[in-house]
Design a protein around this ligand. Structure first.
Ligand code: 2DT
Ligand code: MG
Length: 203
């Protein structure tokens, strides 16, 4: 049996990442492909709880300190990521290091500094960038409850994502219907699964 795939979704808040991740995970499991839904920040760990306090505006932290916390939250789960993928489980991950860099550099910090602590993390086999107009996103759901959920800041985050974007990213028009996006993603992810089965996870 080949390894699982490491699939990451990125984008601004309310771009539909979580909805599409859930649909995709259900679809892959329905085909008998063992798949788990993950997210970063993973708020259940000790580090994740500190991050949660910050995100929910309960606690204040220095921007650089919280940036390193977000990164540490990924690093603490690297052994489990590797173990799952080696055992044939596909991980569909709602946000990863690109969010880390985009959100902190949107505050005005140097992008290279932001990237440094994530160097060496497992590299996703596929990145889906949910591209949405920030104004359209702002009228979706309960936008506005957590830190960062303000249009002006999201616009900066969007710009930072644009400068982080690599040629290999799959840019998805997140203004499309849920069904259409889901269909596009299913087809694309099945290809990724087949392609990475006999390759190694890279850094
Ligand atoms: P959710 O909206 O996905 O719950 O995330 N964030 C996320 C960072 O600032 N740095 C990171 O490394 C990650 C993974 C994005 C909560 C917020 O946390 C931000 C939104
Ligand atoms: Mg959010």
């Amino acid at each position: 049996m080949g390894r699982g795939a490491f699939v990451v979704f990125e984008g601004c808040d309310k771009s539909g990442k979580s909805t599409q991740c859930r649909l995709l995970v259900d679809y892959l499991n329905s085909l008998g492909k063992k798949t788990e839904l993950w997210r970063f920040p993973e708020r259940s760990t000790a580090i994740g709880q500190i991050i949660n306090g910050y995100i929910t505006k309960k606690d204040e932290l220095h921007d650089k300190a919280v940036h390193l916390m977000f990164s540490a939250n990924r690093w603490e789960l690297v052994p489990l990521i590797k173990e799952k993928i080696a055992s044939g489980v596909t991980l569909v991950v709602d946000r990863y290091a690109y969010s880390g860099v985009a959100f902190t550099s949107a505050k005005g910090y140097d992008m290279l500094w932001c990237k440094n602590c994530d160097i060496g993390l497992p590299r996703p086999d596929a990145v889906y960038y949910m591209n949405i107009d920030v104004e359209d996103a702002s009228v979706r759901g309960d936008y506005g409850c957590e830190r960062y959920e303000v249009s002006d800041f999201q616009k900066k985050v969007q710009e930072c994502f644009q400068s982080l974007k690599e040629p290999s990213w799959n840019v998805i028009d997140a203004g499309e219907s849920i069904d259409n996006i889901h269909k596009i993603l299913c087809e694309s992810v099945l290809k990724t699964l087949a392609e990475c089965e006999n390759t190694l996870l890279s850094e």
